[in-house]
Design a protein around this ligand. Structure first.
Ligand code: SF4
Ligand code: SF4
Length: 458
């Protein structure tokens, strides 16, 4: 199995004696954008010295800026079913939690999507518990069709990433045919004994089957896969190295590693007690994890959800995170029921601001929020995407696309304050577009958007 526990434990043991000089060497390597070895990453995980920590955050921040500029991609989760046959110790949807479970009808999905579109969302992460009877693959693909076909004046969902349980090649082929964006699956923990303890007596308890899900997804032709660890289950140093091993395995086998990595932290959920988890990650360590991942896999998107507070999100964006959710509900039918507060959520959220507020906050901090979904729709996926990203060419399209999607948002969902802040930023960003031909085209497109045209992209 490609997650060799002994190999990881040895890397960690050897790195324990790393000197400040060893750490400096790795940081210099990272500064030069050289690929880091597993040994290098293990050394970074040992940083304790305050000065070296600050240096690492600076290196991570510089890498982030050079690859992603000041753009932040925005998305929202959509929970369509909380039926679940699993018993994950840490989750509010586990089967032993007794509550009225449900899945949305296609009509209800349509209503949720209309609300999300009214918030300005273009990119969704579709979420569902695992239940082969109540929530089978045909229900998922039908729901995807409903989402893509629901349009609400200028609103449209242009990319659906899908986060559903590990499944068969045949089912992944169905997801591919339904035109999903990224297939997302969290390993939760790569540490096998912890994994088995966390998933007692349930379908998801098969570590190997879960771990090899991306192999089956890629075999089925899915181009982009998104990994994730639920930080807080097993020791974080183990998890970070295991993520690297998993990424390398996919690169070796399929020529492309993770498109994204999500970094959720264990939070309080219905029917679980945080005190029972000895490996919880504190804020300082969490920031360290984000920075190390940014340095280790510079071209992989890092995703942060509303589990984290506005302040933590602000910091994590500075040195690593490239995508955030906004205005999220983590319950089935949650967008409609937001006001009632009756639903059982998969986990608690900490950032409850609306997308409009999130956008204003990002702009105040000098970031440009982006609703871009262009790559997926232009066929820039999988290894084609990665080679463009690694050559730096992608920059020429990301920035103009961010500018144009922000203008769309301002026109359709903004208030006076956003208009003022956003248009000032757009003007400044336009001046930063390096290629004159692209700058002219964007200027032309901004006028078209103001006159009502939509969905213009490079
Ligand atoms: Fe079910 Fe997923 Fe929750 Fe586990 S984490 S109980 S599989 S919804
Ligand atoms: Fe993402 Fe591609 Fe859009 Fe850039 S151009 S923001 S990489 S979808």
């Amino acid at each position: 199995m490609f997650i060799d526990h002994e190999y990881i434990e040895n890397l960690l043991r050897n790195a324990e004696n790393a000197t400040n000089e060893d750490i400096e060497k790795v940081l210099d390597k990272a500064c030069k954008k050289e690929k880091l070895s597993h040994e290098d990453i293990a050394i970074l995980l040992e940083i304790k010295d305050e000065n070296l920590l600050s240096k690492m955050f600076k290196v991570a921040g510089d890498i982030k800026k050079s690859i992603y500029g000041n753009r932040i991609v925005i998305f929202a989760p959509l929970y369509i079913s909380d039926y679940c046959v699993n018993n994950c110790v840490y989750c509010g949807y586990k089967r032993c939690n007794d509550f009225n479970r449900r899945k949305l009808t296609q009509e209800e999905i349509k209503n949720e999507v209309m609300i999300l579109e009214k918030m300005g969302h273009k990119r969704l992460a579709l979420e569902a518990g695992e239940d082969p009877v109540n929530c089978d693959i045909d229900y998922i693909t039908e729901s995807i069709k409903t989402i893509y076909s629901t349009q609400n004046s200028n609103g449209a969902i242009r990319r659906i990433n899908v986060n559903i349980a590990a499944t068969t090649v045949e089912n992944y082929k169905k997801l591919k045919a339904a035109e999903i964006g990224t297939y997302i699956l969290f390993q939760e923990t790569y540490h096998k004994p912890t994994y088995e303890n966390m998933h007692p007596k349930c379908l998801k308890g098969n570590y190997e089957y879960h771990l090899t899900a991306f192999d089956r997804a890629m075999e089925a032709g899915i181009d982009d896969v998104g990994a994730g660890v639920l930080f807080g289950l097993a020791p974080y140093k183990f998890e970070v190295l295991a993520l690297m091993l998993h990424n390398d395995h996919l690169e070796d086998e399929f020529g492309v590693g993770f498109h994204t990595i999500s970094v959720p932290r264990l939070k309080k959920a219905e029917g679980m007690d945080l005190k029972l988890f000895p490996n919880l990650v504190d804020d300082e360590t969490f920031k360290k994890i984000v920075a190390i991942l940014r340095i280790a896999v510079p071209f992989t998107g890092l995703i942060l959800s509303t589990r984290e507070s506005a302040n933590m999100r602000k910091e994590a964006i500075e040195y690593g995170v490239s995508q955030v959710s906004a205005g999220s509900c983590t319950g089935v039918g949650g967008y409609k029921e937001q006001e009632e507060g009756k639903d059982v959520n998969q986990f608690s959220i900490a950032d409850e601001r609306s997308p409009l507020e999130v956008l204003k906050g990002l702009i105040d901090d000098g970031h440009i929020p982006s609703y871009c979904t262009a790559c997926y729709r232009s066929g820039r996926v999988g290894d084609r995407f990665m080679s463009l990203a690694k050559s730096g060419q992608i920059q020429h399209v990301c920035q103009p696309n961010a500018i144009m999607t922000l203008q769309e948002f301002i026109e359709d969902y903004g208030d006076e304050e956003l208009k003022e802040k956003g248009e000032k930023l757009i003007k400044a960003e336009l001046n930063n577009v390096q290629r004159e031909d692209i700058k002219n085209k964007v200027t032309e497109n901004l006028e078209k958007i103001k006159k009502g045209e939509r969905d213009l992209f490079f």
